[in-house]
Design a protein around this ligand. Structure first.
Ligand code: FES
Ligand code: FES
Length: 928
């Protein structure tokens, strides 16, 4: 993982080809990747690079009409050829304009990182076949990965492109909430003009390359760095720990911050940064980092929870006894007594592995110094948190740091933590020139956070008539070398491990344990998906022992408005879990009958099964302040500036927050100008995580919109019920008595540059948990239940998911299309977690070996939206992002048991594990 001999210089040659109908001559080495020439030399950044290895398909372009991965084509091979990129699709024929429209109207682009590749791949199919079948579409896009959408809306958009899709008109004033509004940032995504982290390079920008530890644990000593710099003229700066001017320690939770920008003497995980080189990009690229002067002394690593907890294990952080970062605990009632008295008790032990986020966009961005300030433009989920940590690292006030978030090509939690930011900031700060960095896929995988592996043990008890009486749950999470979001996972899981059920006697204990592995952090659900895998399988066991239908067992125990949760919180409203389960009942009964009929007639190795699982998820931080502040300004031209700092990572906050604000104000969405999460322009809307942006930022937007309406009415001397109409340069206010027109052009501007500015802050009402974890950790919960229908091959151990039906209580569906997109994407990630995704540190650090679901893996998903509103959320809305992923994996695992009678205790349920369980059962040794 390190180089410093210069590789032989490759000479540039003049290569001519045509791009999007235009002839170009490029001076480049013939071996240079076509993707790079298109992006760097021709500025066609619509072509994305997700892997540089032919695995993701993001770079798909047409070469003489055939789709190719541009990262695998040497530019010399393109000589004399005709290339079409996403930027050229619309000009190719009306068909392509229709395809782009279809992507917009079906919500087929979320983050948009895969969208150019998808559109190009679909183009070829549609040129030959204007009404393709589902399987033809799946074949056509089979080589392009999407991590957000679950593919279903993409497939539909392609199949229906020929139907001349018409985009619905933007909703009128007061009609935005509930509308299937096309995402406001969608056009740029389908045209390839959206700017992601790697898509801009200011003039005179330097490159940065990081030297990373190749071992799980190693001491190191640098050689002669001065001599190295002197003999490598392209290298302008070598950065190590001693070059950090401020505090060399950062972390997403300040109280637990423990990660250095560069390791000091000992690296604690494979992939940890120890030094960085900054210099002219071409010169840096030519160095073999393995030759950097550093001597490694490999040390025995602690790789597993078991090793880290051993009595003789070395302590990884001096202040953390037993290598335990933090413990979580929620206790109510008397769980031992209740289990002893239960009519039926089931017990189980479950394990899950590391899961890689696999965002299609790797981490990227640049920094530039402007006087005594630093600006960082990068992909991030948390601009204000980045600002805080960069200020600390550089030793300057936060006001001197400006974070400009780009579009984010998938985040799912991993882009909450710093990645390229400290390296480019340090280089730009010291050299006074912009510095840029784009992680390679391998660098992204080895150095960024993962989903926590969990080892969980639990026992549950119930009465003879099916009432849950007790759950005893304990879990250890492998949190890796540094804290990241380990405390959040260890704290959130005990609150949620009961599932959405009334459990009167409860004990949940967790530990986040340090190991010499890349830090585990936030990944959609903060540990709750792992807990659901255990608890939902165990509840099936209980139901089976009681001979009660598994869905009816859940309905019988589902939380209700007046039920106390395991933390003693009585929500009093909006507990929609029972409605979710009941919505699944018709399909559950039909699917069970169909599976039974199939199995009864089966002569070959295939068996069908049906599984169900429930979930709940508290929106926002656990018992911690969690505010969002939104500012809106009425401009002299009658338009409204909406400063909302919620970063849209594909989930749709750029659309949903304006929808909410528009209806609160009484203006059409089309009247709004969105101002992004740039810390110099917008107030802090907190991080995009924990399903909080619709709920928390949406509520702040609702409050700000209502305030502006009140201010306008006050100016006009009108009553609350007056109608307000926004015109060109004026606002007309009508009430029964009179009409008044505010001539905005003549009105003075306030310090923000608006005629009227309103700001509102919302912080969800929660209370701290006591030492038994009792209290009100969240103001609002989302609820949901999934039903999975699957097919198992007894001979091969393979599992195919045939259909998922997903019912979610979202309070109020602000934009049903975007919510369905979250559900379908969540199902795809849950399917990956259940059946195929497992990261082994040190192995398969690419998208060839680390498998995520492709278009062919994800089944049809039927979404059922339940609206049991919260009086706290905006228009009653709750979050959906994390919720959508939680029940899929346990529903699939329960379906496997239903199909073939084996319980999978170690996830993912890969064919070898399923087959081994089937063989074990056949030999009479089955457990569980
Ligand atoms: S970037 Fe070319 S296939 Fe991934
Ligand atoms: S929309 Fe496909 S990767 Fe994000």
């Amino acid at each position: 993982m390190a180089t410093t001999e210069r590789l032989p210089t490759v000479r540039a040659e003049l290569i001519s080809f045509s791009v999007n109908g235009r002839s170009v001559d490029v001076a480049a080495p013939g071996t240079r990747r076509l993707s790079r020439v298109l992006r760097d030399d021709l500025g066609l950044t619509g072509t994305k690079v997700g892997c540089d290895a032919g695995d993701c398909g993001a770079c798909t372009v047409l070469l003489n009409g055939e789709p190719v991965c541009a990262c695998l084509v040497a530019t010399g091979q393109a000589s004399g050829c005709e290339i079409t990129t996403v930027e050229g699709l619309a000009g190719r024929s009306p068909l392509h304009g229709r395809l782009q429209q279809s992507f917009l109207s079906h919500g087929a682009a979320q983050c948009g990182a895969c969208t150019p590749g998808m559109l190009v791949a679909a183009t070829v199919l549609l040129e030959y076949n204007s009404s393709p079948s589902e399987s033809e579409v799946m074949d056509a896009i089979g080589g392009v990965l999407c991590r957000c959408t679950g593919y279903r809306k993409i497939i539909t958009a392609i199949m229906e492109a020929g139907a001349n899709p018409v985009l619905e008109a933007s909703p009128a004033a007061g009609a935005a909430v509930g509308a299937r509004l096309v995402r406001l940032d969608g056009k740029k995504k389908v045209e390839g003009s959206e700017i992601f982290g790697a898509d801009e390079t200011p003039a005179e920008t330097l490159g940065v390359r990081v030297i990373r530890c190749p071992h799980h644990r190693a001491r190191f000593q640098f050689g002669d760095l001065d001599q190295f710099a002197a003999t490598h003229p392209g290298v302008m700066l070598i950065l190590t720990a001693k070059d950090v001017p401020g505090i060399d320690c950062y972390g997403v939770i300040p109280r637990f911050a423990d990660q250095p920008v560069f390791a000091h003497h000992e690296a604690r995980f494979r992939g940890e940064a120890v030094a960085a080189l900054a210099g002219e990009p071409d010169a840096l690229e030519g160095f073999d980092l393995a030759k950097f002067p550093i001597r490694w002394e490999e040390l025995p690593p602690l790789k597993t929870i078991h090793e880290a907890l051993a009595a003789d294990a070395p302590r990884m952080h001096a202040d953390r006894e037993e290598n335990v970062l933090v413990r979580g605990r929620v206790v109510c009632g008397d769980v031992d007594k209740a289990l002893a008295e239960a009519d039926v008790v089931a017990a189980g032990e479950y394990e899950t592995g590391f899961v890689e986020h696999a965002c299609i966009e790797p981490e990227a961005g640049f920094a530039r110094r402007i006087g005594d300030c630093i600006e960082i433009q990068a992909c991030t989920q948390a601009p204000y948190m980045d600002r805080h940590d960069i200020a600390k690292i550089l030793g300057i006030p936060p006001e001197k740091v400006r974070i400009i978030p780009t579009a984010v090509g998938g985040g799912f939690g991993t882009k909450l933590d710093l990645s390229v930011q400290p390296f480019v900031a340090l280089a730009a700060w010291k050299l006074g020139r912009p510095a840029r960095m784009v992680y390679s896929r391998t660098e992204s995988i080895v150095s960024t956070t993962k989903r926590h592996p969990a080892h969980m043990r639990l026992r549950a008890g119930a009465t003879r008539d099916g009432k849950l009486t007790a759950l005893d749950f304990s879990a250890d999470f492998n949190t890796g070398a540094y804290s990241s979001w380990g405390p959040t996972v260890a704290g959130r899981v005990p609150v949620h491990a009961s599932g959405p059920y009334r459990v009167p006697n409860y004990r949940a204990m967790t530990r986040a344990v340090h190991t010499n592995i890349v830090p585990a952090g936030a990944f959609r659900g903060f540990g709750v998906p792992q807990a659901a895998i255990a608890q939902e399988q165990l509840y099936d066991e209980l139901a089976d022992r009681l001979a009660i239908d598994r869905l009816e067992f859940r309905i019988l125990n589902a939380l209700q408005n007046d039920s106390p949760t395991v933390t003693g919180q009585v929500l009093g409203e909006g507990v929609g879990i029972r409605a979710c389960f009941e919505a699944l009942r018709p399909r559950w009964q039909a699917a069970r009958a169909e599976a039974a009929a199939f199995n009864a007639g089966a002569v070959g190795p295939l068996r069908h099964g049906v599984g169900v699982a429930g979930m709940w998820y508290g929106c926002g931080n656990t018992s911690l302040p969690n505010p969002s502040t939104v500012r809106i300004g009425l401009k002299r031209d009658g338009r409204i500036a909406l400063h909302q700092g919620a970063v849209d990572i594909g989930q749709g906050s750029n659309t949903i927050v304006p929808q909410i604000c528009a209806d609160a104000l009484g203006a059409p969405v089309a009247q709004f100008d969105l101002v992004s999460g740039d810390t110099a322009l917008s107030p802090d809307c907190g991080k995009t995580s924990a399903s909080r942006q619709t709920f928390v930022t949406g509520k702040a937007a609702h409050m700000a919109g209502s305030k502006l309406r009140s201010e306008i009415l006050k100016l006009a001397g009108a009553c609350d019920c007056a109608a307000v109409e926004f015109g060109n340069g004026s606002v007309a206010v009508d009430d029964d008595a009179k009409q008044k027109v505010l001539a905005l052009a003549e009105m003075p501007l306030d310090p923000h540059g608006y005629v009227i500015t309103c700001e509102a802050t919302f912080d969800p009402p929660t209370s701290p948990l006591d030492e038994d974890g009792q209290g009100s950790p969240y103001a609002v919960f989302g609820f949901g239940a999934h039903l999975a229908e699957i097919e198992v091959d007894l001979d091969l151990g393979t599992v195919r998911v045939l259909k998922v039906t997903a019912a979610h209580d979202v309070g109020h569906a602000i934009n049903p299309t975007l919510i369905e997109g979250q559900i379908e994407g969540g199902v795809a990630q849950g399917l990956g977690m259940a059946l195929m995704e497992e990261f082994f540190p040190g192995k398969g650090e690419n998208l060839h070996d680390y498998l995520i679901p492709t278009a062919g893996d994800v089944p049809p998903v039927e979404s059922i939206l339940i609206e049991d509103p919260s009086s706290i959320g905006p228009f009653g809305a709750k979050g959906i992002g994390e919720q959508a992923v939680i029940p899929t994996a346990p529903a699939i695992l329960n379906a496997i048991h239903d199909a073939v009678g084996v319980r999978i205790h170690k996830v993912p349920a890969t064919p070898d594990r399923v087959r081994a369980a089937i063989l074990e059962k056949a030999s009479g040794g089955m457990r569980g």
